[in-house]
Design a protein around this ligand. Sequence first.
Ligand code: PAF
Length: 300
Amino acid sequence: MSAELSLPSLAGVPIARSPDDLRTWTATQRASGRRISFVPTMGALHAGHMALVDHARERAEAVVVSVFVNPLQFGPREDLDAYPRTLPADAELCRAHGVGLIFAPTAAAMYPGGFETHVEPGALAERWCGASRPGHFRGVATVVAKLLNLVMADVAVFGEKDWQQLQVIARMSRDLNHPTEIVGVPTLREPDGLALSSRNVFLTSEERRGARSIPDALREAQDKASAGECDAARLIAAIVGRVSDAGGRVDFVGIVDPETLVSCSSIDGPAQVLIAAYFGSTRLIDNARLTSAQSRSVGV
Ligand code: PAF
């Protein structure tokens, strides 16, 4: 009997609950000559995650999805307990999208007694979400480093919605010489532009109506930048105004270098606008690329 067949399954998708089971399954895949791609998630899967899975499937024959609500990346007053957990529905989606294995470990399997080693990201993780959520990226970097070591995938796929997270992970993976290629996939959006997120389910209908001001404000900033507005402070003030007028409580808006995430005062090359805002108690994040009229004309 193959190692794959000896695993339990949910909705027809094999599930590994322990690092050993995961490693046995990935070893079998590699021995059969299959490349492995990996999509790390915290579950509550939606179409945005499935776009990552579809991309992962194009890049390798065997796709592993991890479903693990990582306690290390939640602060003491954050929504760890309330975070949606929907494993049976997640497994159905995984089946429909051709996932080969779900890795759904317990917290004790990931962080057994005596666990005390963490990955400490650098300056990239200190600003923006890192300033609002102290310790968050240390938790993300630690779990992603462990997951990358366990899966040893050829490719790992992350959403660009979490732009800062993607930069922190790409940096960590380069710094720690992970052999896995880190790939970002563009954000999937609702018809009105709101970025898909597992946290959108927490929005009341009034908050949901207000939340569309986030993509609206980002699009407006993109239009203004393309039309020649290059003053970052003015663009930021307009975004803050629009989201606040719609009932949002802005945590931050930044216009930054896309890779270093250092603030820019003027848009004279590629820049990324980052936003985090609360609607009710739900914290939403989003981002967009700004391209100045000047850089477009010189082909940046
Ligand atoms: O983006 C997420 O869902 C999480 O931060 C990740 C990358 C799965 C680590 O827990």
